[in-house]
Design a binder for this molecule. Sequence first.
Ligand SMILES: *Cc1c(COP(=O)(O)O)cnc(C)c1O
Length: 387
Amino acid sequence: MEHLRARKTGRVSVDPTSIVIPADLLPHDGRFGCGPSKVRPEQVLALAQSNQGLLGTSHRQPPVKHLVASVREGLKELFSLRKDWEIVLGNGGSTMFWDVATFGLIRNASQHYVFGEFSQKFADAAAAAPHLQSPVIEASDPGTHPAIKESVPEGVDVVALTHNETSTGVMMHLKRPDGDALVVVDATSAAGGLPWVPDEVDVYYFAPQKCFAGDGGLWLAACSPAAVERIREIGHSNRWQPASLNLMTALDNSVANQTYNTPALGTLVLLNEQIGWMLSHGGLDFCISRTRSSASRLYGWAERSDYATPFVADPMQRSTVVGTIDLDPSISANDVCAALRANHIVDTDSYRKLGRNQLRIGMFPAIEPDDISALTACIDYVVGALA
Ligand SMILES: *Cc1c(COP(=O)(O)O)cnc(C)c1O
């Protein structure tokens, strides 16, 4: 019986990778990662087509500049931004943007709402910057978020929020506190899948490998007029800034539909195609309704299940783009993930540092809600086979 293996306990258990899920239960697409995430085939077709006249050509010439312009205009339309907002972009992804922000957005001190790995990392970047004062931290336990305070502490000029904490599956309703501090939002896994009101925000930054179903390596930031003013104020001050992290340099290039140094053109093509798909189906409302449909299927299943439970207790904080589901201790989430992976259903693993017996499921707009339903049926099948 080679599909049975003996555990240290002496108990004999099923090798998860030997489990074969019946074909009629399988999702059409087995990619449920939270970034990189499912890329739609039409995006890859657009990439192949861009080999004619775009890929391999200069980013200082009209074909690529038109592509960058299309991305910038498409995002303004998707987020219903006023004309005086700017879409700024540069190389390096959201992680790079934290360093960009410590140089180019924070004047003296920032306040960080920390409720997971990603929000912690921006706080760490600000704490390490020698030219800034120590940041103010508002923290809460994993699976929750701290309530946004009505006012900002004395001396704080940037409030750092996270629209969706990808490490825990907690989403936050964005609200501007009283005062003049810039509201700077990590929207890496939220942008294009969750609602937000531009009046509540100054900088909404993200990368294309989550809701935009693209590839990593780029950061994009929607900047309000107040944010643009701050970028110019710090840019003209005598603060030293590395050129590749200089936000004013990125802004000046972006308004000319360029980047400071060479971008990955393929990343821009995939992103532009996804923005076009979102807009042609009804824009952000369409995306939100898809992610909500997926989320109600996933959490509804977990609530009905006798072995699965939504990790985030408060339904209002339960993310509709990244679902985290705790499993009963008698069922190993690692075994479930291994069985799913053997059946080409991939990246359902929890965030490693969270250290829970948990599944984490991407429910970005590109993912078919029917595939989320199929996934839950596959998990039920696997758990039955493991028992
Ligand atoms: C994925 C993610 C990041 C990191 O993005 P990179 O592009 O890999 O740097 C940062 N913040 C959040 C909320 C994320 O989900």
